[in-house]
Design a protein around this ligand. Structure first.
Ligand code: HEC
Ligand code: HEC
Ligand code: HEC
Ligand code: HEC
Ligand code: HEC
Ligand code: HEC
Ligand code: HEC
Length: 715
């Protein structure tokens, strides 16, 4: 149950990013996007240079001629996993596997590489297109540093990295490609899976900065005057400074890649509806921690860091991205040096003459000292130019290697989340509501954020369902399931979609209101019969009510809809085990682990099953894996200790059980099993001490067992 809840919590938090509403974005009259290739017919020179930039190459279908050589098997130590890239019949695959208890390959997964994200200027990540038209991130990436090497994708250098099934969110594609077409119902309703209509375009196209091109092309191909032709397309140069910067900021402003949230899209807007020239603030609001991002430096930092610079703040809108960059044509090498030096000189013309400050000699590389390259914190295999223009070069080597650090509950920032852009944010009810949502969405400020958002909803009673669901989600995150339900119910009342009912049913399940949850989830499956999460959650709720056969068939239906959601296999296996189909349970536990091998709790479940079925060598292996993945998982040590004890390995058993007792002193079962093993190893005094602790513990079943043994010992 906890597993399912956690998994679905993850799924719906993801869904949050792109929750949208019915009203279409304001679109210019009689204008529309055209195929990005059309622009090249009349602007061939610009198209040719642009095609060489990172933006022009940021997303592409896999092509054999672009293949990067893969020399030898890559071994990832933290997850004990092997990877290779395989070319077969013109198709490219990423294969991963582990070595099992019998020294043979196990948990084998092979995915076709359909798309490549990233030009390779810094790195490339490989994507797989599923039969459901969703994109998935593959765990092994290529990095260009040091002549090029392979390593884990950003965020994947972890023992429990998310397998090869993590979905590519609309947000990724928003920053890395031409606008894709998405299924109509997705644009207009909140739905947890992000799918794309084919064919996907390849690369950020001209219209991401120039707006929809249909009217312009029409004017240019008919008898439009030059004025009409020009007026029909957005030229960033003719926009006010803010509007111009925002064209770049739509993709280059990300206050942090951590879940803060760094921005919240207007609930009325579809995912791909920002239009250059319109205020970015109407589309989304960016958020940050108070006082800025401290010194975290991330891959999409450019706008954020530049805006901190004196050059930006004191030049009244004169300094923009385009002051230094012609996005159609990016200079490299020597040309780059003189280009950027030239730009500095436009404002700091005196500097070159001021050779009295020693470094400022002619042809000095201004940016080398004032905008040094630096390793990013979120993609540790990449070095980027710091756009915070500083007087003094930061001390130390900013490109020194660093390890990937994933935020932990213990270290994460908790506190107020403040609006960053537009700055200042107008004090409207709507903006207050979004700022309220920002406090709770990623759990940064639950303590004061939850009551604040609740009172804002009370005061303004917004029409959009999403505000209520956000608060419901916030209460869930705080573990207050009962309080979350009325808000999910309000959201489902305003927007009775399968997705909203799934959220409601999920919350009712967590609050252990199983009949209510069943009712909501039955409505959800009726409205969205193709939604695996709805069937999967329904199955689990039925199981909680001891409806084994129905639970199994709902979960089987979920698995048939999407056979790649590992938690569905794990839950189906639990039900199968519960109703006595051990063979089927074993198979589904295996499948869950094949898809996502790094989940300690699943390894533990599976080890218990194997131990019960007498498959001892593999059971031992799985216990050890569970403990390796999560050394503080006391339950795993208890069961492993017991297994070792049963097989006469008493010292090893005692070591595991003593560790369990130390990790979780209130776990009665640990004391009981330790007592039993100590007894068998000829240490009755210590055994009695442990059994007495168990006999006074809170677990009634263990208490009875302990008392019985103590009775037999005459104590
Ligand atoms: C049929 C030919 C044709 C096509 C196709 C075409 N353009 Fe143009 N474009 C022109 C002409 C002609 C001008 C005006 C040149 C001048 O300033 O005299 C122009 C000017 C522009 C300008 C500058 C506007 C200004 O304010 O000065 C931009 C930006 C532009 N085009 C972008 C695009 C984009 C983006 C596409 C693809 C969606 C595109 N063009 C497709 C012919 C075309
Ligand atoms: C807020 C916009 C944004 C989002 C969201 C985003 N990226 Fe990026 N990404 C950037 C920017 C900006 C850069 C750095 C520009 C550069 O590399 O020159 C970048 C760089 C990259 C690169 C390296 C490209 C190179 O230079 O070779 C890869 C690969 C990449 N991103 C993949 C992803 C994936 C996968 C996702 C989704 C999980 C994602 N990005 C989400 C904006 C974004
Ligand atoms: C990343 C944003 C971006 C992309 C993508 C982009 N442009 Fe531009 N474009 C600009 C900006 C900014 C300007 C104004 C440059 C300036 O300050 O002169 C501009 C200006 C222009 C102009 C008018 C000025 C000139 O140089 O003649 C044309 C024409 C043009 N772009 C065509 C295109 C075409 C065609 C494409 C696709 C091949 C394209 N642009 C892609 C940002 C972009
Ligand atoms: C649609 C999203 C998007 C927009 C709009 C956008 N960028 Fe980018 N930009 C990116 C991404 C993503 C990359 C990295 C692409 C890669 O290398 O794979 C990038 C890379 C770049 C690079 C490095 C390119 C290279 O070849 O070295 C520069 C410079 C840049 N952008 C400047 C700009 C400027 C200036 C603007 C505004 C006029 C702008 N960008 C608008 C997403 C965007
Ligand atoms: C659009 C004009 C403009 C451009 C272009 C520009 N700067 Fe500046 N810069 C300023 C202004 C204004 C200040 C603040 C006043 C001052 O210190 O001169 C400033 C300040 C600085 C400072 C002092 C910063 C501090 O914190 O004390 C440095 C260093 C600097 N610029 C370096 C550069 C370099 C290097 C470039 C080129 C990469 C550059 N600037 C491009 C306008 C500009
Ligand atoms: C004062 C000049 C200046 C301004 C303003 C500026 N950049 Fe840059 N940018 C640079 C320099 C210098 C480089 C490094 C170029 C190189 O290594 O060839 C760079 C590199 C980049 C890169 C490539 C990746 C990297 O970091 O090496 C991206 C992306 C980028 N800039 C985006 C932007 C965006 C977006 C803006 C506006 C928010 C912007 N830049 C404003 C000077 C500037
Ligand atoms: C070798 C490193 C180095 C190079 C190269 C360099 N600078 Fe500096 N610059 C510095 C240092 C260090 C200071 C701070 C001096 C101080 O505070 O006394 C400085 C100060 C400045 C200032 C602030 C000056 C003031 O009076 O407050 C500006 C503006 C500036 N540099 C611009 C440039 C430009 C433009 C270039 C390229 C022509 C350049 N720098 C090249 C190291 C460098």
């Amino acid at each position: 149950m906890a597993i399912l809840a956690a998994v679905f919590a993850g799924a719906s938090v993801g869904a949050w990013v792109y929750a949208t509403r019915k009203h279409p974005a304001p679109a210019p009259v009689a204008n529309a996007y055209v195929d990005g290739a059309v622009c090249a017919t009349c602007h061939p020179k610009i198209a040719a240079t642009y095609a060489k930039t990172g933006m022009g190459r940021s997303f592409a279908r896999f092509r054999q001629e672009k293949l990067i050589p893969f020399a030898k098997t890559f071994y990832h130590k933290a997850s004990d996993t092997y990877f290779s890239m395989i070319l077969r019949d013109g198709k490219y695959y990423q294969r991963r596997w582990q070595i099992g208890f019998d020294r043979k390959e196990t948990n084998i997964d092979e995915k076709q590489v359909d798309f490549v994200i990233g030009s390779g200027n810094h790195s490339q990540t490989y994507l797989h297109l599923t039969s459901r038209d969703a994109l998935q991130v593959l765990p092994l990436s290529w990095y260009s540093e040091k002549g090029g090497y392979w390593d884990m994708s950003p965020g994947y250098d972890q023992p429990d990295y998310p397998g090869s099934v993590r979905p590519v969110h609309y947000e990724c594609i928003f920053c890395h490609n031409a606008y894709p077409k998405i299924p109509e119902p997705l644009a207009h309703s909140a739905n947890p899976e992000m799918t794309f209509l084919q064919p996907l375009q390849e690369g950020i196209d001209c219209q991401r900065c120039h707006g929809p091109g249909k009217r312009h092309v029409k004017a240019a191909s008919t008898a439009g005057t030059p004025e009409q032709i020009r007026a029909a397309v957005v030229n960033p140069k003719r926009l006010p400074p803010d509007r111009e910067m925002e064209i770049c900021m739509q993709c280059h402003l990300e206050t942090t890649s951590l879940d803060l949230p760094h921005s919240i899209r207007n609930f009325e807007r579809e995912p791909f509806s920002y239009i250059p020239g319109q205020p970015l603030g109407d589309f989304e609001i960016a958020f940050d921690r108070p006082g800025g991002i401290n010194d975290r430096f991330e891959i999409a930092h450019q706008a954020y860091r530049l805006r901190k610079s004196q050059c930006y703040m004191q030049s009244a809108g004169k300094l923009r991205c385009t002051t230094c960059h012609d996005p159609h044509d990016i200079p490299r090498g020597d040309a780059a040096l003189s280009h950027y030096n030239g730009v500095c000189e436009t404002c700091h013309s005196g500097m070159l003459q001021r050779t009295a400050i020693p470094p400022h000699v002619p042809r000095a590389n201004c940016t080398g000292c004032h905008m040094p390259k630096r390793r990013t914190d979120d993609v540790v295999h990449v070095v980027m130019t710091d756009h915070f223009i500083q007087r003094n070069r930061p001390p130390g080597d900013p490109t020194a290697p660093k390890a990937e650090v994933i935020e932990s509950p213990a270290t994460m920032y908790r506190g107020e989340v403040v609006p960053y852009y537009p700055a200042p944010l107008a004090n409207t009810p709507e903006n207050l509501l979004y700022t309220g949502v920002a406090q709770v969405r990623d759990r940064r400020n639950l303590d004061s954020g939850l009551p604040k958002l609740a009172s804002l909803l009370d005061q303004y009673r917004p029409a959009q369902a999403a505000f209520y669901a956000e608060l419901g989600q916030g209460y869930r995150a705080a573990g207050d399931f009962a309080k979350s339900i009325p808000y999910f119910a309000a959201a489902a009342g305003k927007e009775p979609t399968g997705f909203r009912l799934l959220q409601l049913g999920n919350a009712e399940m967590e609050a252990r209101q199983f009949p209510q949850a069943e009712a909501a989830l039955r409505r959800a499956t009726a409205l969205s019969p193709g939604e695996p999460a709805a069937w999967g959650t329904l199955g689990w709720v039925l199981w909680q009510q001891d409806k084994g056969a129905e639970a199994r068939s709902a979960l089987e239906r979920a698995v048939a809809l999407d056979s790649e959601l590992p938690e569905l296999h794990n839950n189906l296996a639990s039900v199968e085990w519960g109703i006595g189909d051990q063979a089927a349970a074993e198979q589904h536990f295996r499948e869950a682990l094949r898809i996502q091998p790094g989940i300690a709790d699943w390894r533990l479940n599976f080890a218990r099953v194997l131990a019960t079925r007498g498959e001892i060598p593999e059971a031992r292996f799985q216990f050890e894996e569970a403990i390796r993945l999560k050394p503080d998982l006391a339950e795993a040590r208890v069961d492993y200790g017991r297994l070792l004890g049963d097989h006469g390995e008493l010292p090893a058993a005692i070591r595991q059980l003593e560790t369990a007792v130390r990790l979780q002193p209130e776990l009665s079962r640990a004391h009981f099993e330790l007592g039993m093993v100590l007894g068998r190893s000829g240490n009755p005094a210590a055994a009695v001490t442990q059994l007495k602790i168990a006999a006074n513990g809170s677990d009634a079943e263990v208490r009875a067992q302990a008392l019985e043994v103590l009775g037999q010992l005459g104590r």
